[in-house]
Write a protein that binds this ligand. Structure first.
Ligand code: FE2
Length: 334
């Protein structure tokens, strides 16, 4: 209760105490501010407008700046209605005109406290809700990605040749990326991109995927579609991780522009996709495929070296070999 008139101040404080609330009194705006700063926020303040030292309007401004959630009721003389309205605009919740009626003080105090509580509750729910929606959205996306990953694994498991391919590619790629100085988010893109790079194979014909022997040009065209198809399947769940989508799309590009789907050249191919391209090729070579038996790791390494500079990024091939010094221990088991 802030008023320089001690009589009015005491009287209203007694009314409020009689209403079951604890009170504190201040004779001026500056005294009230000092009290607030010492004791912390008070839910409701009733303040006179005309006071020496610091008037009610200045006090209102300062108090709301420090404690935006405080409910403030202005006490006004009959002649000060314009000032009272001005105070409402500045954030006061209500005003009481003098001479003060006991019943009116009680009613306005109750209303102001109720209104403040509603505002706080609303804000709490709103903030909470936003957080929960975000969390739910994140979880939804995650479970959709998990679902796609399960599908990819199931597809690989059906075929003894490719079983575990995506997980191995992911692990090779991460270790190579660490070697190349990747950290945090970029590593996570590589991990997920490795896991999901062949998602599009969900949509390719199994008889072509598992065909023993060389593919016809038409069949090869059909297989090529898996890069763009994978990107399309995943796009709705990965709008916040565009790099993962780029890895999926570009993991068959070649440095010399001879790859697919876009024939990107050199540095135009995302670095992450170039990493996956190297380790994908290594895993394909060192595991049995329907159309040929596996090659020894040493043989695969020689092939990577041969194709460094044309197919593959030389620095990435070197990083992969540095990350796995003992390639004879590869492929990694599941
Ligand atoms: Fe692929």
């Amino acid at each position: 209760m802030v008023d320089d008139d001690a009589q009015v101040r005491h009287a209203i404080a007694r009314v409020i105490e009689g209403h079951g609330l604890a009170t504190a009194e201040a004779a001026s705006g500056s005294e009230a501010l000092a009290l607030l700063q010492r004791d912390g926020e008070i839910p409701l303040v009733i303040s006179d407008i005309y006071m020496p030292e610091m008037d009610g309007v200045t006090f209102l401004r300062e108090a709301l700046r420090l404690f935006p959630d405080m409910a403030i009721i202005m006490l006004t003389g009959v002649a000060e209605v314009t000032t009272a309205v001005e105070c409402l605009k500045l954030g006061a919740l209500d005003y009481i005109s003098k001479p003060v009626l006991v019943e009116e003080v009680r009613a306005r105090v109750d209303k102001a406290l109720e209104k403040r509580q509603l505002v706080l509750q609303n804000r709490f729910y709103q903030q909470n809700l936003e957080g929960r929606v975000r969390e739910l959205d994140r979880r939804n996306r995650q479970s959709l990605i998990n679902g796609v990953q399960t599908l990819v694994h199931a597809l690989e498991a059906k075929d003894a040749y490719t079983s575990g391919h995506s997980s191995r590619v992911s692990r090779y790629a991460v270790k190579t990326a660490v070697r190349l100085g990747y950290t945090a988010d970029r590593l996570e893109h590589i991990r997920l991109g490795g896991e999901l790079h062949d998602t599009g194979k969900i949509g390719t014909r199994e008889d072509i995927l598992n065909k023993p022997g060389p593919l016809t040009p038409e069949e090869f065209e059909h297989i090529k579609v898996h890069a763009t198809l994978g990107e399309r399947i995943l796009a709705p769940f990965l709008s916040e991780s565009p790099m993962v989508l780029r890895i999926v799309r570009h993991h068959h590009e070649r440095l010399d522009g001879g790859g697919f789907p876009d024939g990107l050249i050199g540095g135009d191919i995302p670095h992450e996709a170039r990493i996956v391209a190297v380790v994908d090729a290594f895993d394909a070579m060192t595991t049995n495929r329907a159309y040929r038996p596996s090659r020894t790791p040493a043989d695969a390494v020689a092939e990577l070296r041969d194709c460094a500079g044309t197919h593959f990024d030389r620095e990435i091939v070197d990083a992969f070999l540095a990350a796995f010094r003992d390639v004879s221990a590869l492929p990694l088991s599941n």
